[in-house]
Design a protein around this ligand. Sequence first.
Ligand code: NCD
Length: 309
Amino acid sequence: MIKKLVNPLDLSIQEYQHLFETGKTIYESPQNFTQLANSKILATLFYEPSTRTRMSFESAMFRLGGKVLSMADTSSSSVAKGESLADTIKTISNYVDIIVIRHPKDGSAEVAVKYSSVPVINAGDGAHHHPTQTLTDLFTLYMYRGKVSNNSFGFCGDLKYGRTVHSLITTLARYPEVNYYLISPEELQLPQHIKNSVLEVNPEATFNETSQMEEVLPNLDVLYMTRIQRERFFNEDDYLRLKDTFILDKNKVNMMKKDALIMHPLPRVSEITYEVDDDPRAIYFEQAKLGMYIRMALISLMLGLNTNR
Ligand code: NCD
């Protein structure tokens, strides 16, 4: 039984592959899975705003026939009275079979694991990790390309605070023939500790760093855009100075390979213009849809449910 998914490397590469295959089966015949999680309850505990992650988890659980308890707004719970995360988790894990938690502090999901009697899924802890977004991203590649390996990835935007980027870059290190292009302003470069975790998994990995997206766009198989994250800045002036550094518009998309993929964990602010949405290479809304199916596979795996149909 898998007790936690806090860091994307908590699951093996074989477990990822199993999840992609299960996710695809569920995507193709969801009617076969509508009773799978009957009588099971999932809790979503969100201490930070969310649209896709929380609702896709909840929809995933409902589509498996399970039930959901949701704490989406901490102002209406005992958190507002000063209850500690440890006490909240100890209590809630008596009520449910699995917990999904998002929290603004790095490391909080690991704290939740410590106090929970049921499996815990990290839905984003500060600027640290967001493993189910990585599952979504890799599942999208699996569905579009049939594989994750042999790709040149460009990561663009806030590579310093972007937890989706940290998790995806770390996990890609396990796959062969992956090239990293890191596109960011100097202030928002990928932290050294993330580079180190990549090098631990793959000592051969190299990083091409640039602040000019035009330079590298023609090389990319996948462009992973991210927003500059206002809520993680200490200083509003820095945010305002950096927020529009990279804007992907039609002209820039025309510089990319004909079969490249443009991904984004969403929400988008201004970093991709709306005209790009119509380009067949822009797959971010499909990516958000696939996130629900891979979460159905993940919930099933972590609850120990038999998905062989
Ligand atoms: C991301 C997150 O919360 O880290 N959103 C998401 O879960 N899809 C990215 C972001 O907020 O910019």
